[in-house]
Design a protein around this ligand. Structure first.
Ligand code: NAI
Length: 337
C-alpha cells in the first residue's frame, strides 16, 4: 500500500458534515491517506476576493487526488460557480456519474445501473453571457471537435474498462444542428473504433421519457454538459435520490471526487445530511487508486446498512443523523471485513 496525499475541500452547507463522515469511513479502511484540507466558497471569497485561492489548485495538481464537498453558488449575481471554475482551471473534462439501484431502497425500478458521462468543460457552461441590448441576453453554447472526441473516447474506454456493453449518445441535433450535430458526429467517429460495443443515439427529451419508463435499456450514456447535469440528477432520482449519487471529475492528471448533490442549505449544520453520496465518491477514489478491497468493503457496508434500513437519514425515510449513519457504515465495515 503506498502512502497518498489527498486534497480535501469540505465546502459549505452540508459539505463539512458529509466530508467529515467520508474521511472517517476512509480512515476506517486503514488505507494510509494524508489529508491536505482547504477552505473554498463564500467565506473565502469574502476574505481573499476569490472563492478558490491558488494554493488550493496547487495542492490538487500536486496531489492529483481530491475530494470536495459541495459549494454554494450565488444565484443571478456574485462570483461564478466554484465548481465550474475548478473544472475549467484543472481541465477536468469528464464528469462520471454512476446511478445504481441499492437493495432496500424502494424505487419504481429495480436493478438500474446507468453511468452518465458528462462533458465537463464547455457547452452552455462556458460562462460566456452578455447583454445584447437591455432586455436581450445571449448565452453562448460552445461545442468543439476536440472536447467532443475526447469525451466520446473517454465514455467508450470507460465502458471497456468496466465491462459495459452499450454506449448511448444523448443530443438535440435535430434543433441544434451545428453544435449538437458536431457532438454527435464525434461520437459516431469514436464509436467506429469500438466495434464490440453497441452504440445508439437518442434525443434528450426522449431520453428523459425513456429513463423514467424503461431505464434498463441504458448502460453508459455520454452527452454535452447541460444535458449531463440534468439527466444525472434524474438518474440519481431513479435509484433513491441525490443522497446516494457519487461522481468523479476526471482530468489528464487529476481526479476530483464529489457528490452529485449541492450544499443543501435547507438542512445544513443540523446533522441531517445523508453522507453516502460522498462516501461512495470516496470509494470510487479508492478503486482508482487500486485499493479495490478497501473500496469493496465500503460499498458492501453501505449496501448492508441500506438493506437493513434501521439507520437511514431523513431523505431515505429514516430518522438517523449523519453521525449515526456514518457510524453504522463503519460498524458494518468491521462485520464484512
Ligand atoms: P441540493 O442538491 O443542494 O439540494 C436539493 C434537495 O436535495 C434539497 O432538498 C436538499 O436538502 C436535498 N439533499 C441534497 N443533498 C442531500 C443529502 N446529502 N442528504 C439529504 N438531502 C440532500 O440542490 P440545490 O438546492 O439546487 O442547490 C443548493 C446549492 O448547492 C446551490 O448554491 C447550488 O449552486 C449548489 N450546488 C453545488 C454543487 C457542487 O458543489 N458540486 C452541485 C449542485 C449544486
Amino acid at each position: 500500500m503506498s502512502n497518498r496525499t489527498v486534497t480535501l475541500i469540505p465546502g459549505d452547507g452540508i459539505g463539512p458534515e458529509v466530508a467529515a463522515a467520508t474521511v472517517k469511513v476512509i480512515e476506517a479502511t486503514a488505507v494510509p491517506i494524508q489529508w491536505e484540507t482547504y477552505e473554498a466558497g463564500t467565506e473565502v471569497f469574502n476574505k481573499y476576493g476569490t472563492p478558490v485561492p491558488n494554493e488550493v489548485f496547487q495542492s490538487i495538481v500536486r496531489n492529483r487526488w481530491a475530494i470536495k464537498g459541495p459549494i454554494t453558488t450565488p444565484i443571478g449575481a456574485g462570483y461564478a460557480s466554484v465548481n465550474v471554475l475548478m473544472r475549467k482551471t484543472l481541465n477536468l473534462y469528464a464528469n462520471v456519474r454512476p446511478a445504481k439501484s441499492s437493495p432496500g431502497i424502494s424505487t419504481p425500478f429495480k436493478n438500474v445501473d446507468i453511468v452518465v458521462v458528462r462533458e465537463n468543460s464547455e457547452d452552455l457552461y462556458s460562462g460566456l453571457e452578455h447583454v445584447v441590448v437591455p432586455g436581450v441576453v445571449e448565452s453562448l453554447k460552445i461545442i468543439t471537435e476536440t472536447a467532443s472526441l475526447r469525451i466520446a473516447r473517454y465514455a467508450f474506454e470507460f465502458a471497456q474498462r468496466h465491462n459495459r456493453k452499450k454506449v448511448t449518445a444523448v443530443h438535440k441535433a435535430n434543433i441544434m444542428k451545428k453544435s449538437d450535430g458536431l457532438f454527435l458526429e464525434c461520437c459516431q467517429k469514436v464509436a467506429r473504433d469500438f466495434p464490440n460495443f453497441e452504440y445508439s443515439e437518442i434525443i434528450v427529451d426522449n431520453a428523459c421519457m425513456q429513463l423514467v419508463t424503461k431505464p434498463h435499456q441504458f448502460d453508459v450514456m455520454v452527452m454535452p454538459n447541460l444535458y449531463g447535469d440534468i439527466l444525472s440528477d434524474l438518474c440519481a432520482g431513479l435509484v433513491g435520490g441525490l443522497g446516494l449519487a457519487p461522481s468523479v471529475n476526471v482530468g489528464e492528471n487529476v481526479h476530483l471526487y464529489e457528490a452529485v448533490h449541492g450544499s443543501a442549505p435547507d438542512i445544513a449544520g443540523r446533522n441531517l445530511a445523508n453522507p453516502i453520496a460522498l462516501i461512495l465518491s470516496g470509494a470510487m477514489m479508492l478503486v482508482d487508486m487500486g485499493e479495490i478491497e478497501a473500496a469493496d468493503r465500503i460499498e458492501r457496508a453501505v449496501l448492508s446498512v441500506l438493506e437493513r434500513g434501521e439507520t437511514l437519514t431523513g431523505d431515505l425515510g429514516g430518522k438517523a443523523t449523519t453521525t449515526e449513519l456514518t457510524d453504522a457504515i463503519i460498524h458494518e465495515m468491521r462485520v464484512v471485513a
